[in-house]
Design a protein around this ligand. Structure first.
Ligand code: ARG
Length: 644
């Protein structure tokens, strides 16, 4: 076997070979890994440096890094290779020691240099950046790439349910994540602002609408109108049912093919098959929407207002959640003419069949069922709009990736329109990606089921306020309890949501998530607040000398070292998150860091430490830990608090 001899430059003090794909200037752990890889590659010349590097992993415990020599297929006995490595290993400023167990190598980094390098990097990339908030953990991997992220996307005049809340939370995280990794991100909110239900609301508005109410609380008023007109509709249908015998199902497969969970169009799809004797309200709604979709100006006047007011109100609420969008799109904005053309094109391709006047696309051969594209009266569907919607976004943005953050209940729907786009021959179709998530059960406020976003925010603030008031002494010291309660409450909701893998379902639990104990949002905020208080509590140590003049030997005790090592791991946690698109990894990271910090308070004294140099070194450590914890929290879209 003749692999070309790898280049193994000798290790010079402070200088390491550059390995493609590593970013030691942003993630100094890359430098430590490179140092280990260099030694492996030097001792075993058949292992190229890059390959050796790939084999360096974090240790589970007791050491910093491990390498399993078996993976390199060196032939012979692993234990012999291990022994050979131990013989040839040279301690340097990066790696202090190696332990060998058969073919397993475990490395310990040079503690003082670990502190110097990691803390130096955190300082440089946070305190010394122009934003002052920092870029530690950021990278350039996405440079030059454009990513569209569509999330939240509630339906006007309907409830803002937990599914939308999850999409909002996960989407905000992904937006921050892609930005942190150098991508250009465009965040989109695709409102459910179209479809027959808007004809229904229009009919309802004529009966129940109230301009003043509408201006005061548009989201609530529209919802109330919608609920009332739906009651009328239901009553009317029940009447009809009593009179008429049950009609036979026309094409049950069409009804089954719908995948939109919150019934926006489910009823419509069913009716497509069933409709025989239509209720008056229904007929009026249908006719109204038909007018809207054909562009009849008069029918759109009110609808425009509803949309505008709703967006304004949503914008405020999103702001409270620390979420913003570059663009508010909506199903209404998708070109009607192009949808009709598209159906024609699919018809020519032989994919469309006629079901009593409705146009049905057949994706059975890809196990994606059948779905309605156009209704009998020629109006469009959720699916139809998504297809052209994607094309229009492509034309406008030429994205490298477009992410849809939508509940897993809509897996089929997304798979259907992704498939249709690729059948239509768009070579960018593989750039679309569905980031899905599981169900949440049991979110209700004490007054009943929460249907609006502001109710959810308010309830979390109220519950949090009660928690805080339990500690009277502390509560008295809080400057702005309203603000703190709201921020911590929102943190509680977000952390609960992002704690487990996206695809898992979870049960909403107010008391668990707002507790200060356990891995909760309040716990994280508390950890950050405590770190923030250290300067206030130690004015005699201020101002701190420049980090470079700190004696890092003061930071080699196990508790300090442990925190430092974790700080060094943050850029890796961000990289992993970019691969998995799982916020849970960052939550786990932040929780572990918070635990290490809280277990260090009684050991790494600052106030009670008589050696002032040591006290200052520790103070630096805690301040930089705060910077990293804060960075992780901001990545999660949380607002780290200074006091609470
Ligand atoms: N408005 C939809 C709903 O509430 C979600 C939209 C998801 N995005 C999309 N492009 N289909 O169910």
């Amino acid at each position: 076997m003749s692999t070309p001899p790898p280049t193994n430059p000798p290790i010079i003090q402070g200088q390491l070979p550059a390995i493609a794909g590593t970013e030691p200037h942003r993630c100094v752990m890359d430098a430590f890994r490179t140092a280990i890889a260099s030694q492996i590659s030097r001792v075993f010349p058949s292992i190229p440096l890059e390959k050796a590097y790939e084999g360096v992993d974090y240790s589970k415990k007791d050491s910093d890094f491990t390498v399993a020599l078996m993976r390199f297929k060196l032939g012979g006995k692993p234990a012999d290779h291990g022994a050979r490595f131990k013989e040839a290993f040279v301690a340097d400023e990066w790696v202090e020691s190696v332990d060998v167990n058969g073919g397993f190598l475990t490395f310990k980094c040079h503690s003082e240099n670990l502190a110097r390098q990691i803390l130096g990097q955190v300082d440089e990339l946070t305190n010394k950046t122009s934003s002052g908030q920092g870029e530690y953990g950021h990278s350039d991997v996405g440079k030059g790439k454009k990513v569209l992220i569509e999330y939240s996307s509630p339906n006007i005049a309907k409830e803002f349910h937990v599914g939308h809340l999850r999409s909002t939370i996960i989407g905000a995280f992904l937006t921050n994540l892609y930005k942190a990794c150098g991508h250009e991100v465009v965040s989109l909110n695709y409102l459910g602002d179209w479809g027959k239900q808007f004809g229904l609301i229009a009919v309802g508005y004529e009966k129940y609408g109230d301009e003043a109410e509408m201006e005061r609380d548009p989201i609530k008023h529209l919802y109330n109108v919608y609920v009332k007109i739906n009651q009328d509709l239901k009553a009317e249908k029940e009447e009809l049912e009593k009179k008429a015998p049950k009609p036979e199902q026309a094409d049950p497969s069409a009804a089954a093919a719908t995948s939109k969970p919150d019934d926006l169009e489910k009823e419509e799809v069913e009716e497509e098959g069933e409709r025989k004797q239509e209720s008056q309200v229904d007929a009026a709604a249908r006719a109204y929407f038909k007018r809207m979709e054909s562009g009849d100006e008069e029918s759109l006047v009110n609808w425009r207002k509803w949309r505008k007011y709703s967006i304004e109100q949503y914008e405020q609420q999103y702001k409270t959640l620390n979420v913003q969008f570059d663009e508010y799109l909506g199903e209404s904005m998708v070109s009607y003419a192009r949808q009709l053309e598209m159906v024609k094109q699919l018809e020519d391709m032989g994919l469309v069949s006629d079901s009593k006047g409705a146009k049905l696309v057949d994706l059975e051969q890809w196990k994606l069922g059948k779905a309605i594209l156009l209704k009998k009266d020629g109006t469009t569907m959720y699916l139809t709009r998504d297809i052209i919607g994607a094309i229009e976004r492509w034309e406008k943005y030429h994205f490298d990736k477009m992410i849809y953050v939508v509940a897993s209940q809509q897996d089929l729907h997304l798979a259907q329109f992704f498939k249709i786009l690729s059948l239509m021959g768009f070579e960018w179709a593989p750039r679309l990606e569905h980031i899905n998530y599981g169900l949440v059960t049991g979110m209700s406020t004490r007054k009943g089921t929460a249907v609006f976003l502001n109710q959810i925010i308010k309830e979390s603030a109220d519950v949090m306020m009660e928690q805080m008031m339990k500690n009277e002494e502390k509560f008295k010291q809080i400057e702005d309890p309203e603000y703190v309660a709201r921020e911590v409450g929102i943190t509680a909701i977000k952390v609960q949501d992002m704690q487990a893998k996206r695809i898992n379902n979870y049960a909403f639990n107010w008391s668990r998530m707002t507790s200060f104990e356990g891995d909760t949002g309040p716990y994280l905020q508390y950890a950050h607040v405590r770190l923030s208080s250290i300067e206030r509590k130690n004015p005699d140590l201020m101002p701190l000398p420049d980090l470079s003049s700190i004696n890092f030997a003061h930071l080699t005790e196990p508790k300090a070292r442990d925190i430092i090592f974790q700080l060094g791991m943050y850029p890796d946690a961000v990289r992993t998150a970019l691969k998995t698109r799982e916020p849970s990894g960052i939550i786990t990271y932040a929780m572990k860091l918070a635990h290490s910090i809280s277990s260090a308070w009684d050991v790494l004294l600052v106030k009670g430490e008589s050696d002032r140099e040591k006290a200052k070194a520790r103070m630096w450590l805690f301040l930089l830990a705060r910077a990293v914890l804060g960075a992780a929290m901001r990545l999660l879209s949380l607002t780290p608090l200074e006091r609470m």
